[in-house]
Design a protein around this ligand. Structure first.
Ligand code: LLP
Length: 463
């Protein structure tokens, strides 16, 4: 969109990089269903509600900043993924996006499996009753303790990420008198069109064993020789926040190619492939994510076709969506503390959180949308930047936003689509207290992760 499409006047001065924001929305009060969770709407007084509860009451009861998670939306997304992939495939929710005991129970009830990548995530999963055989352990540098706990617990699979780890897991399993089911993580050399830090299938990065050059085939060769391992399949994860299925299709093509090589060399057909997670979500209405059924169909078709061409039986498919399940289900609620107009530039709106509860804007240049939710307004749009209260200028929550010009201290703002990688990447920078996660459903709200307290902070500081 060209700058001439923006309203005239000093607020829209020529200082922003082209394409970094679009024209103000025609209705600043609208809560676009493309970015808000399913039960979010406004009540007759113009106050936003989620699960039937108004955000002013929620802010009074739970404080701000806080994440509000729409349980019905979360469960509906689990079911959409489950139904799309059917009984012939498994959906592993990627716990790194956001994990808590309540979430584990919902996953269990909705028939999903769980991908964990640390002892902490494994402990949370087991504590909340996820059957070990439905858990997959990931990581490029799993410790001996993590591997031991996973093998002892009986996790369904460990995804092997290096030559050293192949031997390490085999030894631990043998010592425990077990044969551990494993997949080998391969890098397929696909360029995912996403931020460099969250792309994982190009070759110059830390994950997996490269298909090109034969490392992946060598890993399979070595793993097949070890008694402690049962090699069940090949794993590929190409990156995150991906909007088209073409990268997955290339990955599937190359993974099936490896299955064929393995069949030709060893005379065995590995029974499983996992194509990872990474499906994008809408952070702003401009984003256009694919639906689970589209992804399931694209992946199912390509795997079936490639296997037919290679003369292989179709392996059991699994996927690992994290963001696409939990991302859209939550918003962060903030209170406006100060507003500062920079004449000719924009208005800086400071809220009571910031990069400690959402590092994604600073880290990945992520874009978010934001709305005034404690009331409606008929004031003109004001070019704004929503910033936090931390001591650095990169502490930005929403880089470019239009908010009503009558915005005032005490107003509540909400940033949608913060369910994934916000609470899970939250920090105590400046000794901020990490916000709670409150689950909302059918007119009831309950804290599933409580707010940190100064006591929590001081307890760690053993001075
Ligand atoms: N499977 C594996 C092996 C992964 O490494 C990941 C994410 C996933 C599944 C889930 O990906 P998702 O569907 O959630 O995109 N902190 C970054 C994202 C890092 C993702 C790391 N691995 C962000 O905030 O965008």
């Amino acid at each position: 969109m060209s700058r001439s499409a923006h309203p005239a006047g000093p607020r829209y001065a020529d200082v922003l990089p082209e394409g970094h924001y679009t024209a103000p929305p025609t209705d600043l009060n609208a809560l676009d269903p493309r970015v808000w969770s399913r039960t979010v709407t406004r009540n007759a007084e113009g106050v936003a509600t989620v699960g039937g509860l108004d955000v002013k009451r929620l802010a009074e009861e739970f404080g701000t900043p806080a994440y509000f998670l729409d349980e019905d939306d979360f469960r509906a997304r689990c079911r959409a993924w489950r139904d799309a992939f059917g009984d012939e495939a498994d959906v592993f929710y990627a716990g790194k996006a956001f994990l808590s005991r309540a979430v584990v129970r919902w996953l269990h009830e909705e028939g999903l499996n769980l991908d964990v990548c640390s002892a902490g995530e494994l402990a949370t999963a087991l504590d909340a009753g996820m059957p070990a055989e439905r858990i997959a352990l990931h990581g490029n540098n799993k410790s001996a303790e993590e591997i031991t706990r996973a093998v002892e617990a009986g996790v369904g699979r460990i995804v092997l990420d290096s030559f050293q780890e192949i031997v390490r897991v085999a030894h631990i399993a043998e010592r425990l008198g077990k044969r551990q089911r494993v997949q080998i993580r391969v890098t397929v050399g696909v360029e995912a069109h996403t931020h460099e830090f969250i792309a994982t299938a190009h070759e110059d990065q830390k994950f997996g064993l490269a298909l090109a050059g034969g490392q992946a085939a060598e890993a399979v060769r070595r793993a097949l020789k070890l008694d402690g391992l049962e090699v069940i399949g090949i794993h590929s994860h190409i990156g995150s926040q991906i909007f088209d299925t073409s990268g997955f299709e290339v990955a599937a093509h190359r993974v099936v190619g490896l299955l064929k090589e393995i069949r030709d060399e060893h005379g065995i057909e590995l029974p499983e492939i996992d194509l990872g997670g990474g499906l994008g979500i809408a952070y702003t209405p401009e984003d256009d994510p694919r639906e689970p059924h589209e992804i399931a169909k694209a992946l199912g078709d390509i795997v079936t076709r490639e296997c037919a061409a290679a003369g292989l039986a179709v392996p059991r498919l699994s996927v690992e969506p994290g963001r696409a399940i939990v991302g859209p289900t939550a918003f962060t609620l903030y209170k406006v503390g100060t507003t500062k107009e920079l004449p000719g530039l924009r208005t800086y709106v400071s809220v009571d959180g910031g990069m400690s509860d959402n590092i994604r804007t600073a880290l990945y240049d992520a874009e978010y949308s934001v709305a005034l939710v404690s009331r409606t307004s008929t004031a003109a749009p004001m070019l704004s930047r929503v910033v936090g209260k931390h001591c650095e200028s990169g502490d930005i929550v929403v880089r470019d936003a239009f908010l009503p010009a009558d915005l005032a201290p005490g107003d509540l703002l909400a940033v949608p689509a913060t369910g994934a990688y916000c609470r899970s990447m939250a920090s105590n920078y400046n000794h901020a207290l990490r916000p709670p996660v409150v689950a909302v459903k059918d007119g009831a709200a309950r804290v599933i992760v409580r707010r940190e307290t100064e006591e929590d902070l001081l307890r760690l500081d053993v001075g």
